[in-house]
Design a protein around this ligand. Sequence first.
Ligand SMILES: Cc1ncc(COP(=O)(O)O)c(C=O)c1O
Length: 408
Amino acid sequence: MKPLGPIPPGFDTIDGELAIGGKTASVLAEEAGDTPLFVYSRTLLDARIAELRAAMPERLSIHYAVKANPYPPVLAHMAGLVDGFDIASGGELAIVQAAGIDPAEVSFAGPGKRDRELEAAIAAGVTLNCESEGEARRALAIGEKLGATPRMAIRVNPSFELRGSGMKMGGGAKQFGVDQDLAAALAREIIPTGAEWRGWHIFSGSQALDAEAIVETQANVLALAAQLADEVGEPLPKLNMGGGFGIPYFNGDTPLAIDRVGAALAERFADLPETLAETRFCIELGRYLVGEAGVYLTRIVDRKESHGQTFLVTDGGLHHQLAASGNFGTVVRRNYPLAIATRFAAEPDEEANVVGCLCTPLDRLADQAHLPRAEVGDLVAVFCAGAYGATASPMEFLGQGAAQQVLV
Ligand SMILES: Cc1ncc(COP(=O)(O)O)c(C=O)c1O
């Protein structure tokens, strides 16, 4: 038997089934007309952001990293909840523009921005988080060609990392940002051109659950931002402090203590150095905002035995849930939170492997899980599916195609 990850709070049971937004899994699948299906909950999105705002200092703006879940209805809903957005491509720019989001509150990070992406972003008035000297110079030249004033920040590659983070994006040789020792010189090159100077973006990691690690990183970010602003010789207009707030995916993971993070940040904000006195601060979060608000529903199409083990074969799999299958940056595969949605209230009484429909042994949703006995036609729910699901999985693999998505 292998443990499953912890099911996030906030889900209901109706008639013994998992219910989201007041509807059972069966009704949601029937209304969608087909499975597999991602279901995102407005109520859970609202609750998460309300809880975060209550914990964080008022001065801190909250930005949403669109890459976590760019589904347009989710984005439209988030527009009423957060203060800004971070995008990672020209494609995501088009999505935020279609949602009518104010470009003044959008920043664009990511290495390898093409000229046409820089052009579209500058024309729209989006802030570029420049990832290199070369990119900054291309942006300035494009601004001049367009007769537009680029809004420019520099993504700094800090010499520290976010301890315990699932993905490290700072601390050593990285393709992200400008090394901290070179950042002030680049700012001094950008500012006199008349570009709108938007300050630093310091993003050092992702998926951290240890509040102390985040507190320590935020202190380092503030110190570095002040030091670089001193080197530039100007007060800092904006500081994007990064994010890295994680969610519990696996057995033994515990939720991030955001009250502790917020209290420590409030203390820092009360004692800022002169160069940061007027600075606007934001964090950018993806999975923390949307991850736990989404569920992936997939139907069991076969039940079989092999060498004494039970296999529940579903119509979904890694083509929609690469991360849950253990193939998205995981070293040792562990089970995500998962349940038999149509028997949510039932006690577990057998050990089963839940697999996808692809002809690869990599396509596993749960290994040796303790579950209520399920039959063909039952629905399986994979939790923590609100971020890096639908668009972070190879949906065209083996001709399977996209999953349905719905916001309830
Ligand atoms: C620049 C940047 N911002 C935000 C994020 C979102 O991270 P998460 O979803 O873990 O909050 C990432 C993740 O890769 C990132 O690279």
